[in-house]
Ligand binder design. Structure first.
Ligand code: ACK
Length: 279
């Protein structure tokens, strides 16, 4: 199957340096995998400003700046620049007024249709496909989940954010910082990540937008019990009345054996067919 390569040029890596006095912080909007995110203004446009609060977060911060400055895609949050020299590190990115997909799914009463759900899953897949096709080095996000998917244009457009744990291909992540419910079984077993762990996380997101339930949610579940159950082959329950083509794609993507999961290119192709078929 044809894949789309995204050759980087040197200019894509340069991050604009933004000084503290160029931004105006308004209020905090939440906390990511590291750091606090504020709404603010930069050159009179609304922006999200992500700061770090502890010294240990510097590494994740620099990973995020590095990876975000490599990318340019409509389904990935846009980085305007960063302050990496002053006493206070921060990065400045486009502001997503719709907040996270997690909020829409689980914290709001907003009604949405199956075509919205499919469109969010499709857009997320296209963003990840782009990351995996990066040259010379693919990017593996490693922490795909609804809190890291932002919505703009009244919930129509979706953008992937939070690249603090994103890494180049096949690196080992010793402290398993991803989030248990979306984490592929091989990650728990070996800490070895390939693109297929993003495919797994994507399947859980697909389940979540279709069921509007939190995966593996129960009072008694802990990070460890979820990781162990998934490692032993447990998956979220199949959804009643879910179209068969979606169920098939979901279960292929959460296959225990990463080699048996489709690639993100395949997922995008299948989703484009499914979106055409559904009413
Ligand atoms: O669900 P939220 O309101 O949307 O809370 C989380 C929190 O910060 C931690 O990620 C919000 N957030 C992150 N990046 C942005 C952004 N670029 N624009 C708007 N909100 C953001 C996210």
């Amino acid at each position: 199957m044809a894949t789309v390569d995204h050759q980087e040029n040197e200019n894509q890596h340069s991050t604009k340096e933004i000084k503290e006095n160029e931004i105006q912080r308004l209020h905090a909007v939440g906390e990511g995998s590291f750091g606090v995110v504020f709404k603010g203004l930069w050159r009179n446009i609304p922006v999200a400003i992500k700061t770090i609060t502890r010294d240990e977060e510097k590494k994740s911060f620099l990973v995020e700046v590095k990876q975000l400055s490599r990318v340019n895609h409509e389904n990935i949050v846009k980085l305007y620049g960063a302050c990496t020299t002053g006493s206070q590190f921060f990065l400045v990115m486009e502001y997503a007024e719709g907040g996270s997909l997690y909020n829409v799914l689980h914290q709001s009463k907003l009604r949405y249709t199956m075509s919205h759900a499919m469109s969010w899953a499709f857009q997320c897949a296209k963003g990840v496909q782009y990351l995996h096709a990066m040259k010379p080095k693919p990017i593996i996000h490693r922490d795909l989940k609804p809190p890291n998917l932002l919505l703009i244009n009244e919930g129509v457009n979706l953008k992937i954010c939070d690249f603090g744990t994103a890494a180049d291909k096949n690196t080992y992540m010793t402290n398993n910082r991803g989030s248990a419910a979306w984490m592929a079984p091989e990650v728990f077993a070996s800490s070895c990540y390939t693109e297929k762990c993003d495919v797994y996380s994507w399947s859980i997101i697909l389940w979540e937008v279709m069921s509007r339930k939190k995966p593996f949610y129960s009072q008694s579940n802990t990070t460890f019990t979820i990781l162990w159950a998934v490692h032993k082959g447990k998956r979220p329950p199949l959804i009643q009345n879910c179209p068969e083509c979606i169920e098939r794609l979901m279960t292929q993507c959460w296959h225990q054996d990463p080699d048996k999961r489709p690639s993100m290119d395949d997922v995008v192709l299948m989703m484009s067919h499914i979106c055409l078929l559904l009413p």
